[in-house]
Design a protein around this ligand. Sequence first.
Ligand code: ADP
Length: 226
Amino acid sequence: MALNLLMLGPPGAGKGTQSERFARSRGIPKISTGDILREAVHAGTDIGRRAKVVMGRGELVGDDVMIGIVRERLEKTDAMGGFVLDGFPRTVAQAEALDDIMSTRDPLIVVDIVVPEAELVRRLGTRLICDTCGAGAPVGASSAAVTAVCVRCGGRLVQRADDNQAVVLERLKVYHRMSEPLVEYYRVRPTFRSIDGAQLPDRVAADLAAAIEAAGHGAVRHGVQR
Ligand code: ADP
């Protein structure tokens, strides 16, 4: 059975960090719509130019564009043996489209990372990413320990354009309005689990692995098959 994992959670919950780590450990691709859009912005494509404005305001890129991007990405051969999806779906319409895309594939395992709001604001205000490759600086590193150089490629560490305070508050508002309903959308499924994201990254990773294992059993027990 392919491991088709979907990570839910507000901005700053650690979805990107945990997705990356988990995907690498299982040898499956991590598909992050935020990364795909940032690459498009960097490359100056048509979608990138339009997305830049929307992302800069902390709003969401349109469902049609996002669904098209994800549909195309999930059809690539490397995603057939499983994937980790980070940042999509963000609206119920996207979730319905994803169910349609997945209708002939193994079930989605859905993990929601829960983190208190105050902690999210603190994390988003202090996190740094690499200017060149987009990698995040180690979570939990004190600012004094951050070397301002990316450990992966040696690039410069900077604040993400949409991590300034006004945009962060807007992104959290948009999350509550548009994306939090997804938790209710998925909660009824036997393959849904939620984990505590307000712990050290290693603990979150351990809880994530356990939740995925349990959700996989949930799928088998309920005969969830597509
Ligand atoms: P976050 O840290 O907020 O989870 P991401 O890197 O996932 O950030 O996304 C950054 C921005 O890209 C979002 O604020 C939004 O503007 C846009 N974006 C990413 N994924 C989607 C999506 N599925 N639907 C609409 N907009 C998206």
